[in-house]
Design a protein around this ligand. Sequence first.
Ligand SMILES: Nc1ncnc2c1ncn2[C@@H]1O[C@H](COP(=O)(O)OP(=O)(O)OP(=O)(O)O)[C@@H](O)[C@H]1O
Length: 236
Amino acid sequence: MAPEVLMELVGVWKTYRMGEVEVPALKPTDLKVYRGEILVILGPSGSGKSTLLNLMGGIDQPSGGRLLYEGQDLSKVGDNRLTAYRRHHVGFIFQFFDLISNLTVTENVALGAEIAGRRGAFAPILENLGLAGKEGNFPSQLSGGEQQRVAIARALAKEPDLMLCDEPTGSLDFRTGLLVLQLLHRASREMGKTVVIITHNTPIGKMGDRVLYMRDGVIDRIETNESPLDPLLISW
Ligand SMILES: Nc1ncnc2c1ncn2[C@@H]1O[C@H](COP(=O)(O)OP(=O)(O)OP(=O)(O)O)[C@@H](O)[C@H]1O
């Protein structure tokens, strides 16, 4: 069966203006992202990885080109529709997380789910992330790694179709990073979620169905993994 296209970029480009200077962060780019796949994005610092991810997530608007999500052109919709897209379809996992300081762990995660209109139980998610027993803590009563895991739980509790992860293991120790990758792996394999991961850790590419290499604002190449690995079999 042919893979289903979830998102398609057609000639999408992004230039940032810094005073007089224009920075071509992403040159015209074509890309198809398939439903349920794990797509790992690698490339040197400044090559346009985050720009690409932010455009996919509707955090930023392209300077030109068409960005189709389930066939709908996001580059043409207004702010309200873009906010609705982010709210209902996208889960973001960033290295820097913004938990709400006067809400507990459970409340922060519940907020993520409620905003997206989800009512699923998230106790298993917290347990999976090693946060059982911390449900009533406020962010200031957690370590950095624990706060990162709460942010991940919040993204997972939304049950988004598309999970966009920028250095999801960046600030975590190896064991916790592995837990996160296992959850993302399961989200793809068991729940059919589409997972896009930016990383500087090349070995993480082995868990991807495809690995996309960025260079100077262009996609240098895309490699398909015939046998993507379970994160348990990867070390970095
Ligand atoms: N908001 C912005 N304003 C101006 N320039 C920007 C902005 N965001 C990114 N850039 C520039 O666009 C280029 C691509 O940046 P981007 O963050 O996409 O790279 P990256 O591959 O994700 O890098 P890193 O691995 O360091 O996170 C860089 O030259 C960067 O300086």
